[in-house]
Ligand binder design. Structure first.
Ligand SMILES: [Ca+2]
Ligand SMILES: [Ca+2]
Length: 102
């Protein structure tokens, strides 16, 4: 048995007791271990790094803040009715009838 295990957050490469991979290199989609096992079992992290692509709103639409698919038509902006989850379609309505509750 080898007692030269990697300290806690580090990943020890399979079959390479002296090869310690920094946690920031684990699941970074580059194989840093000879066998690439630092990139195994990355299902969760791998997914987390792959954010869904932001939907591009059609013309004359605005994407709501914090969303990827909430598009509101431009005529809904500053109509004093919150159409976005965070109500950002009612922000920056200078001189308009915007409700100013922040
Ligand atoms: Ca890696
Ligand atoms: Ca609105």
């Amino acid at each position: 048995m080898c007692s030269c295990e990697c300290p806690s957050p580090f990943h020890q490469c399979r079959g390479h007791p002296n090869r310690c991979i920094s946690p920031i290199w684990v699941c970074d989609r580059n194989e840093d271990c000879p066998e690439g096992d630092d990139e195994e079992h990355c299902g969760f992290w791998g997914k987390k790094k792959t954010l869904p692509p932001a939907l591009i709103c059609p013309v004359k639409h605005q994407l709501c803040r914090g969303t990827i698919n909430d598009c509101v038509p431009l005529e809904y902006l500053c109509d004093t009715e919150k159409d976005c989850p965070e109500g950002d379609d009612e922000e920056n309505c200078f001189g308009r009838l915007a409700t100013n509750d922040q």
